[in-house]
Each structure stands twice: as structure tokens, then as C-alpha cells.
Ligand binder design. Structure first.
Ligand code: GLU
Length: 496
């Protein structure tokens, strides 16, 4: 089935937009169809320079590559596929011709009312106690449009280039029912609807006309979009009917909510995908999080890659109620995704960050060993350089760190302990310098001397890292290498 993501280039990519893109992508892939990107730039005032490129970059970052439509290629923004153009501002003639078809068939009419006239009409309705004033059957016969003017009058105005819009002639008192893939049967009465503007006076279509024409011509099987469009659904269903076209399926995905269940807002959370990207979330983790906003697999499983989502996703497991945007869950998933990486993948991912801060860092087995030590502890890759700092820079070690009341080490004991460490570790040769050998040698030597484990391991770890908390002494010593380990014990002795 062909699906589409149809963003308006009005700024950043909203997290809700990424979710509809993801769900659309998944349905296309599951059914062997195509995932299209169409750009809905018919609101010229809201279009923002650079937004289109940014949205395409962000989709690419998330791994949602379009099969057709507007696509980011090496040379820039391209349009690919046989049903283009895929940018609505390049399809204006087409929309006009379809609007004219509706005029000819009596489903739409031309209206010349100015903004001021419409404002006055609304005020009159409000004064008469109408709850939601609108341009509809109750007022259209009092306005300046082709239903109230003679054909000649209309022709004269058009010839005189008087601005006009084309409005949908909403049928009176008609019940419209439609089966939504998420919500089931939804019903509306046309009495609630206005005579929607289809073509604006600037010659651009509104979303309503453009959506119906494009999704028909582009052969879209299902429209997956945000719940905010649900109230417009009857207009769209009626437009399909007026054109004599079969409507696509529709699935309206639930609203995103803050943790206090208010509508997700910029004031309470970041809502731009770009911001999460900049904060350092992995695309895999972020997409995993987005997938779980309103959808659940019906099992305990929480970690999903894109291929796993293609397997598991289904619209019937998307809930109707709002989906809470819980960034604590996102952070947890991010940590899980870091752990999912192999040591090599993780090492390669952090390498550029680490070399940026410590130019002598390079990819070798020792680097992997170091990376492995932090992989369990890290949430964001960008934390890696500071967590690895003591491997590349000698720490400043204070006596009060080496001595430790809990381990029953006093300052007066330190010289002997450090000499013990130095003498014992010197007996371990470079080619046997592994965690296991270090452990075995040091613990058996400590036993002979009558030291408790903590009495030798705490000062060793502290001398090597300069930190009150770090991975264990043997792991750190092994990942530091023999020379640096011995040099740091020497430095600790000097500092006494
Ligand atoms: N351009 C619309 C929006 O950004 C798309 C809605 C739809 O998917 O049809 O909200």
C-alpha cells in the first residue's frame, strides 16, 4: 500500500510529525508499498526558508528514507517518481482545474466577500446567539457569491479581476459516516461544517482541496495523520464523493501529551526532533521511543529496531487516547540502545568524540578495552570523553583520596601499601598484563602480607583514576597498560 508523509515546511520537524512519518513508513514497508514524501507549502505566509531541507535531513537521520516524492540526494533536494511534482506550490494549475470541475458540477461556488464582510457576518451570527459562527447554508444566501449574483455579474467581476475564493457547497443536513482504522466508525452531520474555502484568492488551494486531489492522484492507500485533522474528515469524504473518487483509508493517530496530560507543548518539553538529535539521542533510540507513543506491541518487549517495527507494528494496536511523551522513558531507551551496540560499534561511535578531546587517542585493542569499561555506565555518547579522561591525562591524586576510612586505610599506612603495589605489579610482565593475571597476582600477594582486599584495591584504583568512583582497579589497570599503571603508582608515592 502506498502511504505518504506530507509535512508543511513551516519550521522544525515536530515529534508528532516524525511519528506519523514512521507509522506511514511502517505500513508501506509491511505491505510492499511505497513511502512518499510530499511537501505541503500552500500556506505561503507560514513557509520558512530552509525548513524543507531540514525536515528531509531529519527524516534521513531517523532512517526513514522515502521511496518516492521529495528526496534528499547528494546534489540537493530531488523529486523522484511518476506522479510528481510532489511540492504543492508546483501543482497550482492542477488544483485550479479540479476546483473548476467542482464549480461546473455544482459542488462549489465562487465567492467575492471581503474579509471585512465576513467579519461582519460572524459578528451578526454571534449576536444572534450562534455558538460557532461560520459561512454555511444559513448565511450563504445573504453573501456576495455566485449563488446570489447573476451569471453576468459574476463574469464582470472576474473580468475586472476582483479577488475571489472558491468555496465548497456543503450539502445540507447530511450524515457522513466513515470507518477510521484507529477510531472505528466516526459520524458527523454537515450542519456542523462550513462552506470550506477550497481555492484561496492568491490562487493557492487550501489543505482540504490539495490533500484530496493529491492523495487521489498519487494513489495513496491510507492517510495516516494527526488527530487534529479528524474534524475535517467529513469535508474530505464529501470531496472525494463530489469528484466521484474512492476515498483512501484513514487513520488518525492520538494526540501527544505532556506528563501532566496537557497537550504536548514547547513550554514543557522540546518538541523539535532536531533538539533531541542535538542533545545526543541515537536515532535508533529516538525512533524506538516515537514508535511507542500510542502504539504497543501487546507483549513485554520494549526494544525495537526499525526492521523489528516493520515486523511487529499494526494500526489496530494504536490507541485512541492521548499518548504521554515521557522523556524519562526516552532516556532509559537511549541507555538500552547504547548497551545494544557491540563493543566495536560502541568504540567506533565514540572514537571521534574522544580523539577530538584527546588527540593521542587511537583505535586499538586498548581503546576497545577502555570503551568497554564505560559502555555499561553511559547514557549519551558525548559523555565518553570525560568518562575516559583519566586514560589520557594523569589525574591529580590527593592523599585524602588514597586514604579511606571505610577501607581502614590511614595516611600512615599509605607508603607501605604503595610500595607493595609497585613491587607486586612490577612482577607482572607486559605480555601477561590482563585483568585476570593482575587479580590473581595481587590478591595472592596481599594475602601473604595480611592486607585486606580493600586496603590494596582502593589506593590502586584511586591512584590510577584520581576519582572516588570508577570501574574496578583491575579493569582500569588492564585498560591503562603496564607503563602508565606503574608510572601513576610512582606519582602517587611522590605526592605523599
Ligand atoms: N501538511 C499537513 C500537516 O503538516 C499534513 C497533514 C496530513 O498528513 O495530511 O499537518
Amino acid at each position: 500500500m502506498r502511504t505518504r508523509f506530507a509535512p508543511s515546511p513551516t519550521g522544525f520537524l515536530h515529534v508528532g510529525g516524525l511519528r506519523t512519518a514512521l507509522f506511514s513508513y511502517l505500513v508501506a514497508k509491511q505491505t510492499g508499498g511505497e513511502f512518499l514524501v510530499r511537501i505541503e507549502d500552500t500556506d505561503q505566509e507560514r513557509s520558512v526558508e530552509g525548513a524543507l531541507k531540514n525536515i528531509l535531513h531529519t527524516l534521513h537521520w531517523a532512517g526513514l528514507e522515502p521511496d518516492e516524492g521529495v528526496i534528499l540526494r547528494k546534489g540537493g533536494i530531488a523529486q523522484e517518481g511518476g506522479k510528481g511534482p510532489y511540492i504543492q506550490s508546483q501543482r497550482l494549475e492542477l488544483y485550479r482545474s479540479y476546483a473548476e470541475k467542482l464549480l461546473a458540477d455544482g459542488h462549489a461556488y465562487i465567492a467575492f466577500d471581503t474579509k471585512e464582510e465576513i467579519d461582519r457576518m460572524r459578528t451578526r451570527q454571534a449576536q444572534a446567539g450562534v455558538a460557532s459562527p461560520k459561512y454555511d447554508a444559513s448565511v450563504r444566501m445573504n453573501m456576495r457569491n455566485a449563488l446570489t449574483m447573476s451569471a453576468q455579474e459574476v463574469q464582470e467581476k472576474l473580468a475586472g479581476a476582483e479577488p475571489y475564493v472558491i468555496r465548497m457547497k456543503m450539502p445540507a443536513e447530511t450524515q457522513v459516516s466513515f470507518e477510521d482504522d484507529i477510531r472505528g466508525v466516526v459520524s458527523f452531520n454537515t450542519r456542523e461544517l462550513d462552506d470550506q474555502v477550497l481555492l484561496k484568492s492568491d490562487g493557492f488551494p487550501t489543505y482540504h482541496l490539495a490533500h484530496v486531489v493529491d492523495d487521489h492522484l498519487m494513489d495513496i492507500g491510507i492517510v495516516i495523520r494527526g488527530e487534529e485533522w479528524l474534524p475535517s474528515l467529513p469535508k474530505h469524504v464529501l470531496l472525494f464523493e463530489a469528484f466521484g473518487w474512492r476515498p483512501p483509508r484513514y487513520a488518525h493517530v492520538p494526540l501527544l501529551l505532556n506528563t501532566d496530560r496537557s497537550k504536548l507543548s514547547k513550554r514543557q518539553s522540546s518538541v523539535a526532533v532536531e533538539e533531541f538529535r542535538e542533545k545526543g539521542y541515537m536515532p535508533e533510540a529516538f525512533l524506538n521511543f516515537i514508535a511507542l507513543l500510542g502504539w504497543n506491541p501487546g507483549t513485554e518487549q520494549e526494544i525495537f529496531s526499525l526492521p523489528m517495527l516493520i515486523e511487529a507494528f499494526s494500526l489496530d494496536r494504536v490507541q485512541k487516547g492521548g499518548a504521554v511523551f515521557d522523556t524519562e522513558k526516552l532516556d532509559w531507551l537511549q541507555g538500552q540502545w547504547v548497551r545494544q551496540l557491540s563493543t566495536e560499534e560502541f568504540s567506533r561511535a565514540i572514537l571521534p568524540l574522544v580523539t577530538n578531546q584527546f588527540p593521542k587517542a587511537e583505535y586499538d585493542p586498548l581503546f576497545e578495552q577502555r570503551a568497554h569499561l564505560i559502555q555499561e555506565r553511559i547514557t549519551f555518547l558525548k559523555e565518553a570523553p570525560s568518562m575516559l579522561q583519566y586514560f589520557y591525562e594523569d589525574p591529580i591524586v590527593k592523599n585524602d583520596l588514597l586514604a579511606n576510612a571505610k577501607q581502614k586505610i590511614t595516611e600512615t599506612m599509605l607508603p607501605d601499601i604503595l610500595i607493595f603495589l609497585q613491587e607486586t605489579l612490577e612482577t607482572v610482565l607486559a605480555d601477561e598484563w590482563t585483568q585476570d593475571v593482575l587479580k590473581e597476582k595481587l590478591l595472592s600477594a596481599a594475602k601473604l602480607k595480611g592486607y585486606k582486599h580493600g586496603q590494596v584495591l582502593w589506593p590502586l584504583r584511586a591512584a590510577l583514576t584520581g576519582l572516588p568512583f570508577s570501574p574496578g582497579a583491575f579493569e582500569v589497570a588492564a585498560a591503562l597498560g603496564r607503563d602508565t599503571t606503574l608510572a601513576r603508582i610512582e606519582m602517587a608515592m611522590q605526592s605523599l
